[in-house]
Design a protein around this ligand. Structure first.
Ligand SMILES: [Fe+2]
Ligand SMILES: [Fe+2]
Length: 233
């Protein structure tokens, strides 16, 4: 899992504006909500990106985050190439890195169904908590503005907010389809009492979250034999 985290930190280090770089690196390396007493149950590195819909396995949040960063930097280039719209790379990279980071506070392990589920005692959605934490850490307002636009609740006022919003939708949709495709094939294991959510998490922990979808479009028997070894975990 260190592999993806190192990539995320590398992207944060590539931000040229010092105030944006510092706050982004600070949150990425110390992802704590400093204005709350509540503690997370699941760690940042273990968290899914969503408990059921997409990237629902251990490390799924890291995988979705690098997916959104990689898509955002490419969408930024395409938007300039095709539409002549110039977007600030620092803001795009920082907002992509930070947009979902406090999701791990929202979840707990699901002992019955396998995988993760929302915490019953949690009230602060990640799109609010990142804004609170950015403000608390003295982030520049231009960064707060872009991050606030990523989830698409307000009309867009920046091209950077729109770019990261599109990258987020793309990667969530991609993850959703890959997961449905993979789970369709893992149903064979489910019949043997081997939980598909559990095996995806076991594979992510042992080989890295970036390996989970590698065989999504391979034949069922290939997928089953690849995942069967994680049934015991
Ligand atoms: Fe989100
Ligand atoms: Fe996201």
């Amino acid at each position: 899992m260190g592999g993806i985290l190192d990539k995320l930190i590398g992207y944060a280090e590539s931000i040229s504006d010092e105030s944006i770089r510092k706050v982004t690196l600070g949150i990425l390396t110390q992802p704590t909500l400093s204005f709350l007493d509540a503690k997370p149950i699941v760690g940042f590195l273990d968290s899914p990106a969503a408990p059921r819909k997409h990237h629902s396995f251990s490390g799924g949040l890291l995988l979705h985050t690098i997916g959104v960063v990689e898509a955002s930097v490419r969408i930024r280039e395409y938007v300039e190439m095709v539409y002549g719209l110039k977007a600030d790379r620092d803001l795009v990279v920082a907002a992509a890195l930070l947009h979902d980071i406090f999701k791990f506070y929202q979840y707990r392990p699901d002992e019955i169904e396998g995988g993760y589920k929302p915490r019953e005692d949690w009230y602060l959605s990640h799109d609010y908590s990142i804004i609170g934490e950015l403000a608390r850490r003295g982030a520049p307002e231009k960064l707060i503005r872009v991050v606030a636009e990523v989830h698409g609740i307000q009309p867009f006022t920046t091209i950077e907010g729109l770019i990261v919003h599109l990258a987020d939708s793309l990667d969530a949709r991609l993850g959703d389809i890959l997961q449905q495709t993979l789970q369709g094939k893992l149903r064979a294991l489910d019949k043997e009492g081997c939980n598909p959510y559990k095996v995806m998490s076991e594979k992510a922990r042992s080989d890295g979250p970036e390996k989970v979808f590698e065989r999504a479009f391979s034949p069922v028997d290939v997928v089953v034999s690849e995942f069967k070894k994680y049934c015991g975990g």
